[in-house]
Ligand binder design. Structure first.
Ligand SMILES: [Zn+2]
Length: 826
C-alpha cells in the first residue's frame, strides 16, 4: 500500500479540529462523484517495449447521478493522448457504433483528468456510452510496468499492471477511486508467444495470421477499478480446481516444477476461507500469476499478481514467507477488499487487516493453535516496531499499522466474541455489502446486528484510538488469608503529536483501555482462574481462597489483549509458566524475563529445558537465543538444540553458539555450514563461524559468496560480513555477482565508504554496465548507500561521459535528490 496522492487530499474537504473518530464516522475521506460507472470495454494493442507505449480504445457506460450533467470527468493520466471520442449510446443492438455512424464528442484534457462533453446534458439516471481512442505513452512503472530482459536470467520480457491505489488511470481512462463499482472486459492483442492474464472469465482467444492473438477476459461482477489487471508475459498455465472453480497458476516454464508444490495449497485455502466466512469463493476462477520485479503480491480480482521468487524444495525447511503469508494473504483479499471493498483509503485496514488476519486462521485449521499463536506473534513484533516509530490509529488516513495491528485487533475481536459470534458477524458484513463498499463502522454495525452487542467502545479504543495498554502489575500474597492481590496500573502515555500533514487531527492514545481479563493462578492443588474487568487507570484484583502460595500467575490467560506487560515475578513462577502455559506469547514473555537473570541458575535451567524440550519449535528457538547470555551453562543445551528437527531452532542455536565463541563453537559452526540441510541455518552458521573464529573469515566469505540459495540468504550473510569487516579482498568475487541482484552494488558502496578506492572505481565502472538492471542498481547504491560527500562529486565528474541515456537520466535525478538538504520525513 502506498499513501494516497496529494491531488486526492486536495479533493477532500478538510474540516478543522475534528477527532479521528468523527472523521472516520462522517466519511470525511470519501470522494464525491456525479455519475455511476457501470461497464468498460478496454481494448489494447500494439504494445511497444522500447517506447513503453500502446494503443487503447475504451468504451465506457455510465449513468448520470444528477440532472443536467453536461460534462463527465474521468481519471486519465496525461500520458494518454486521446485522438477522438464518440458517443455510442444511440446504437441499438450492436455493441459498438461504426465510426461513420458515431457522433463525435468534444473533450478536453487537464493534467490527469479527461473531460468528456455529452452532446446534450444528461438527465438524472440517463445512460451515456462513449468510446475513447488514445495512444498511451507510459511513464514506466506508473500503472503499467514494461520489463525488458536486460541480459539477466529468469527475467523474460513482460508487462504487468499495478492499480492500487490510484494508478490504473495511467493506462486506461476510468473512475479511479474505490467507491464506485463496475464490470469490465479486457481485450488485449499481443504476439502469439505471450499469454494474457486478466480478471474474470476467459471469453475468447483468437489467433490472427499476423502472428498475434487477441485475448478477451470479462469481469461480470462489479468491483472497484483499482483491481483491474493486465499481465502480458511468456507463461505456462498449470490447472487446478476447487470443486468446479478453475484455480490456475501462471508461471515461467522453468518454474513449472516449483509452482505445483508452492501453489498446490490454494484449493484447500479457498475451502477453509469459504467455510470460515460462510461465503463460498465468489469469483468464476482464481488465477495466481508470477511476474518479475514485483514488490510482493496484489489481490487483483480473481487474478492475483505475485513476485517470481518461487521457493525450491530445500527452502521449505525454512517455512518460506511466500506460502506461509503471501499466498493466503492475497487469497483472503478476494473476500476482503475485492468482494467487499473499503469505502475510502482511510479504511485501508478493512482490506489489509482482514487479509493479514485470515492466514493465521488458516494455519490454525491446518496445524493447530500453536501455529496460530506463532503467526500472530510475528504480527505483534511488526506492530510494536511500527508503533515505536510512530503511533497512529488503525483506522485513519495513511495509517502505518493496518497490516499487523489489523490482524491483531481482529484476533482480539475473535477472542472477545468467541468463534460463533465472530464468524456470524463477518458473514453478515460480507453478505450485506456484497459487491459493495464498507466503512469501519459498517463492520461494527454488522457485529451489533449479528450479536446484539454494540461494540462502539471497542471501536473507539482499538480502531479509532491509537496505541495499546501497557500493564504494570505487582502481586502480593497474604499467607494468613491465602489471598493474592494484583495491583494493575495502565501506564501507557499519550505522546501523539498533531498530524500536521493532514490537517489538525491529533491521534489519542486512551488513558484507560477497557477489556475483560482472565488471571490464572497455579497452586499445589491445581489452578484457580478468575475473570475481571479492566476499566480503570489503577485497580486491584483480589483472588481469594487459594489453597497455598502461588506457583505461577498468568495475567491475561490466553493472551486475549494486545498489550505490553511489566510484571516482576519470582523465577520459579516464570519457569512454571514456561513449562505449562500453552500460549506462545505468554511463554515468549516468560523467556524474555528469564533472559535478563543471567546470574540465576534456575533461570538458566528453565531456558535449557525449554530450548531442548518445549513442545513447539518457536519456544525452543526463543529459549536457545536467550541462552547466549548464560555462557557458563549454555554450551550443552545449545549443542543439543543444534540437533533439533526444526531449522528455526538450529538457526537460533548456532547463532547463540557464535555469540558464546570458542573453539568448540567454531567447530560446530563449521560442521553446520557444510552439513545442515537448511539455507537459513547455513547462513546463520556462516555468521557464527566468523564471530567465533575471526581467522576463518576469508574462507568462510569465499564459500558463502560461491553458494547459491533461495533468496540468496547465504550470499547475503557473506555480504554482511564483507560490509561489516571492510573485507576488500572480496571485491573481485562481489563484482562477479553484480548481475544476481541489488546487494553487490551496495556492498561495493559500503567498502568505498570504508575507504577502498578500488571498490569505489569498480562500482563507478558499472554505471556503464551493458545490463540495464546492473546500471540501475549501481545508481541506487550511489544514491542510498554511499555517503553524499563521496557520491555527489564522483557522479558530477562522470555524468557527461556515461554511455547509456537511461543511466545518464537516472544519475541526473539521483544528483538532484542528493543535493537537496536531508528531509525530515518520519
Ligand atoms: Zn494486502
Amino acid at each position: 500500500m502506498r499513501l494516497p496522492c496529494v491531488a486526492l487530499l486536495l479533493l477532500v474537504p478538510v474540516a478543522a479540529a475534528q477527532s479521528n473518530t468523527e472523521r472516520m464516522a462522517n466519511d470525511t475521506y470519501s470522494r464525491s462523484h456525479d455519475y455511476d460507472l457501470v461497464h468498460q470495454r478496454i481494448e489494447l494493442k500494439n504494445f511497444d517495449w522500447d517506447s513503453t507505449s500502446f494503443d487503447g480504445r475504451v468504451t465506457t457506460t455510465l449513468v448520470a447521478l444528477r440532472p443536467g450533467l453536461d460534462s463527465v470527468i474521468l481519471d486519465a493520466g496525461k500520458g494518454l493522448a486521446v485522438t477522438r471520442i464518440f458517443d455510442v449510446t444511440v446504437t441499438v443492438g450492436a455493441r459498438h457504433a461504426l465510426p461513420q455512424q458515431a457522433l463525435p464528442l468534444r473533450f478536453s484534457a487537464h493534467g490527469d483528468t479527461l473531460v468528456v462533453y455529452p452532446a446534450r446534458a444528461l438527465a438524472f439516471h440517463d445512460t451515456l456510452r462513449f468510446t475513447v481512442e488514445y495512444h498511451a505513452r507510459v511513464d514506466n512503472g506508473r500503472g503499467l510496468t514494461f520489463i525488458r530482459p536486460d541480459g539477466l536470467e529468469h527475467r523474460p520480457q513482460q508487462i504487468w499492471s499495478q492499480g492500487e491505489d490510484e494508478n490504473n488511470h495511467f493506462w486506461f481512462p476510468t473512475y479511479d477511486y474505490p467507491n464506485d463499482k463496475a464490470t469490465w472486459e479486457l481485450v488485449a492483442t499481443v504476439p502469439a508467444e505471450y499469454t494474457v492474464v486478466s480478471n474474470g472469465r476467459l471469453v475468447a482467444d483468437t489467433k490472427a495470421p499476423s502472428g498475434t492473438h487477441t485475448v478477451t477476459w470479462r469481469q461480470d461482477q462489479p468491483t472497484s477499478t483499482y483491481l483491474a489487471s493486465l499481465i502480458v508475459a511468456p507463461l505456462v498455465k498449470l490447472s487446478d480446481r476447487w470443486h468446479t472453480t478453475p484455480v490456475d497458476y501462471y508461471v515461467y516454464r522453468a518454474d513449472s516444477a516449483r509452482a505445483r508444490r508452492l501453489f498446490g495449497v490454494t484449493p484447500d485455502m479457498i475451502d477453509v476461507y469459504s467455510r470460515l466466512t460462510g461465503l463460498p469463493y465468489p469469483w468464476p476462477k482464481y488465477a495466481q500469476t508470477t511476474v518479475a520485479d514485483f514488490f510482493g503480491g496484489m489481490e487483483n480480482v480473481s487474478a492475483t499478481t505475485l513476485v517470481d521468487w518461487l521457493p525450491d524444495d530445500r527452502a521449505y525447511l525454512d517455512r518460506p514467507w511466500y506460502q506461509w503469508i503471501l499466498i493466503p494473504h492475497e487469497l483472503a483479499h478476494q473476500w476482503f477488499g475485492d468482494y467487499v471493498t473499503l469505502e475510502n483509503w482511510a479504511n485501508m485496514w478493512l482490506n489489509e487487516g482482514f487479509a493479514e488476519f485470515l492466514p493465521g486462521q488458516y494455519w490454525r485449521t491446518k496445524l493447530g493453535p500453536h501455529a496460530e499463536d506463532d503467526y500472530y506473534l510475528d504480527e505483534y513484533r511488526q506492530y510494536r516496531e511500527i508503533d515505536q516509530r510512530r503511533r497512529m490509529p488503525l483506522a485513519a488516513l495513511g495509517s502505518n499499522n493496518v497490516y499487523p495491528k489489523g490482524a491483531l485487533v481482529l484476533r482480539m475481536l475473535l477472542r472477545y466474541l468467541g468463534p460463533e459470534r465472530f464468524w456470524a458477524s463477518i458473514h453478515l458484513y460480507l453478505t450485506r455489502h456484497a459487491f459493495g463498499n464498507a466503512t469501519s463502522d459498517d463492520l461494527r454495525q454488522a457485529v451489533l446486528d449479528a450479536t446484539g452487542e454494540n461494540l462502539a467502545w471497542f471501536w473507539e479504543q482499538w480502531m479509532y484510538g491509537a496505541g495499546h495498554p501497557h500493564f504494570a502489575v505487582t502481586a502480593a500474597y497474604d499467607s494468613t488469608t491465602r489471598k493474592l492481590t494484583l495491583a494493575v496500573k495502565q501506564t501507557q502515555s499519550d505522546s501523539g503529536k498533531a498530524d500536521t500533514t493532514k490537517g489538525t487531527v491529533k491521534f489519542q492514545t486512551p488513558a484507560t483501555f477497557r477489556m475483560p481479563v482472565t488471571v490464572r493462578v497455579g497452586t499445589s492443588q491445581g489452578d484457580v482462574v478468575r475473570h475481571a474487568e479492566l476499566e480503570a487507570r489503577e485497580q486491584t484484583i483480589d483472588i481469594v481462597g487459594l489453597s497455598g502460595p502461588p506457583t505461577m500467575v498468568v495475567f491475561d490467560d490466553g493472551n486475549t489483549i494486545l498489550k505490553e506487560l511489566t510484571f516482576d515475578q519470582p523465577t520459579s513462577w516464570l519457569a512454571t509458566e514456561l513449562r505449562r502455559d500453552p500460549d506462545l506469547w505468554n511463554r515468549g514473555w516468560a523467556i524474555e524475563q528469564l533472559a535478563k537473570r543471567t546470574t540465576d541458575t534456575a533461570a538458566a535451567a528453565a531456558l535449557a529445558w525449554a530450548a531442548t524440550s518445549a513442545d513447539y519449535f518457536l519456544t525452543r528457538a526463543a529459549a536457545a537465543e536467550a541462552l547466549a547470555a548464560f555462557p557458563a551453562t549454555a554450551a550443552a543445551p545449545l549443542a543439543a538444540a543444534l540437533r533439533d528437527t526444526a531449522a528455526q531452532v538450529r538457526r537460533a542455536a548456532i547463532t547463540a553458539l557464535g555469540q558464546l565463541g570458542g573453539a568448540r563453537s567454531a567447530d560446530l559452526a563449521r560442521a553446520t555450514l557444510r552439513g545442515d540441510s537448511s539455507y537459513e541455518v547455513r547462513a546463520a552458521a556462516l555468521a557464527a563461524l566468523v564471530h567465533a573464529d575471526s581467522t576463518a573469515r576469508d574462507s568462510a566469505v569465499a564459500w558463502g559468496l560461491a553458494t547459491a540459495s533461495y533468496q540468496d540468504v547465504i550470499r547475503e550473510a557473506a555480504y554482511r560480513i564483507v560490509a561489516q569487516t571492510g573485507d576488500s579482498a572480496a571485491i573481485p568475487q562481489v563484482e562477479a555477482l553484480m548481475g544476481t541482484g541489488r546487494y553487490p552494488a551496495h556492498v561495493l558502496a559500503v567498502l568505498a565508504a570504508r575507504g577502498s578506492p578500488h571498490a569505489f572505481d569498480v562500482l563507478t565502472a558499472h554505471l556503464d554496465d551493458a545490463r540495464a538492471a546492473v546500471r540501475r542498481w549501481a545508481v541506487e547504491a550511489f544514491q542510498f548507500t554511499l555517503p553524499r560527500q563521496l557520491g555527489v562529486p564522483r557522479l558530477q565528474a562522470i555524468q557527461s561521459t556515461l554511455k547509456y541515456a537511461d543511466t545518464k537520466k537516472e544519475v541526473g535525478a539521483a544528483l538532484e535528490q542528493l543535493k537537496k538538504p536531508a528531509s525530515d520525513d518520519e
